[in-house]
Write a protein that binds this ligand. Sequence first.
Ligand SMILES: *[C@@H]1O[C@H](CO)[C@@H](O)[C@H](O)[C@H]1NC(C)=O
Ligand SMILES: *[C@@H]1O[C@H](CO)[C@@H](O)[C@H](O)[C@H]1NC(C)=O
Ligand SMILES: *[C@@H]1O[C@H](CO)[C@@H](O)[C@H](O)[C@H]1NC(C)=O
Ligand SMILES: *[C@@H]1O[C@H](CO)[C@@H](O)[C@H](O)[C@H]1NC(C)=O
Length: 459
Amino acid sequence: MDLMLRLVYLLLLPGFCISLPFFLHGRPKGGFLGLPVGSANRSPPPEKWFTQKLDHFTSSDHRTWSQRFFINDEHYKPGGPVFLMIGGEGAANPEWMVQGQWVQNYAPQFNALCVMLEHRFYGKSHPTKDLKVESLRYLSSEQALADLAAFRVNISESRGLADAKWIAFGGSYPGALSAWFRYKYPHLVYASVSSSAPMLAQLNFKGPKKVAGLEKYFRLCEPIDASDAKDVSNLHDTIAQSIAGVIQYNRDNRAFEGAVGTNITIETICSIMTTKGSKPFESYAKVNSLLLDTYKEKCLDVSYNKTVQELREESWKSEASEGGRQWTYQTCTEFGFYQTSDLTTQPFGQHFPLKFSTEQCADVYGTEFTQTSIQSAVDWTNSEYGGYNITVTRVVFVNGDIDPWHALGITRDLNAHSPAILIKGTAHCANMYPDAPNDLPQLIRARESVKKLLTLWLS
Ligand SMILES: *[C@@H]1O[C@H](CO)[C@@H](O)[C@H](O)[C@H]1NC(C)=O
Ligand SMILES: *[C@@H]1O[C@H](CO)[C@@H](O)[C@H](O)[C@H]1NC(C)=O
Ligand SMILES: *[C@@H]1O[C@H](CO)[C@@H](O)[C@H](O)[C@H]1NC(C)=O
Ligand SMILES: *[C@@H]1O[C@H](CO)[C@@H](O)[C@H](O)[C@H]1NC(C)=O
């Protein structure tokens, strides 16, 4: 199995609502784009480039770089608002400019101008010439929010939109950014829709995982050294996360982005797991095989050293530069979010404790990363943005209750002007995707509730 797939499993990125959730080894992601489901009959707008500051917080530093963005003005009418889709920890997929609720359902109703800004250090937005640790110091949510602010001010001025209200959208990590943008720059963003956002940074995210039993040896690429604790951790972690990944993205209609394997659902896995007469060992092997086949991988690679080696690659040409190296860095410097086996009630054994993830930070980025340093970084993130205590108005927090990440989300109304919508039975970012014939009634209602809020806020 390739690095990126392994990483997605490993980190269970909170994100990738805004980009392909599954990367494939050594192949351009575009190469796997299938025909979009419910295609918008319209090709996405061309990419554009914005001159951005490298360091927003050092006025004497004048270095700049080019940040990618997209604009769709087909629904815009003078007097309409600007909808801003915030990019996250992967390439900004231009399909979102013509598909998804924000552009297909909401923008026509409100005559909105739709813009999307790619997150620094992801996709084609490269602020530095490499990914060395001294370059990555310019990768943070604070710098990303400042990018959004600078972009917002420039677009307003250069397009004569001084009076337009801006509404931020985002799912997962960008869902948090969407709320934080409103919090940090309330004069620049009038309201936010924050979907499946982990609002609390947390070192040890002991998310519930609902599958029983786990054994070893699953079409491994190389024989595992059972005496190497880290490889054993990596194996357990990889398989646990692969199943968690299916749960996170269950039935989310993201096939339009070119995502592969969206027909593998909790039901698929459960029916394999509960086949009468087969041992848990065999069932896991079957699930693993199904996932490998779906992603066209020959074998499962669980070598910890190889993972670390690949994550250490500092070039934009490396595979890890598709996001693995950068996002892992953000977990080590801002968020934690390590899904560990430390919760004793979960079924995956105790083979990937917190120590496994925090030591990986040190192994990849340097020995100055320790559990203590990562814990204080996580604490700082919550001090900076408020965690669950964020003070904002006109932000709606939308979550799905089978998405493990809702555990770190705001799922009860924050105040009279910042409601929460918790959708029963939907997964990560479900409310953002295009309509699908099998959408649950409560999902359809949630999308309409967001529309009503936008009507209220924009009236
Ligand atoms: C907006 O940014 C562009 C660079 O991308 C720059 O050329 C232009 O002068 C800026 N306009 C304003 C009004 O700030
Ligand atoms: C998912 O869809 C693919 C392509 O249509 C198909 O080959 C595969 O058998 C399906 N898998 C499941 C579990 O339904
Ligand atoms: C991984 O690398 C470490 C440090 O270089 C080494 O001690 C260990 O034996 C390696 N493990 C495997 C399984 O290659
Ligand atoms: C929120 O505020 C309460 C009361 O002041 C405090 O006990 C709690 O730690 C805060 N939670 C977060 C996540 O900041």
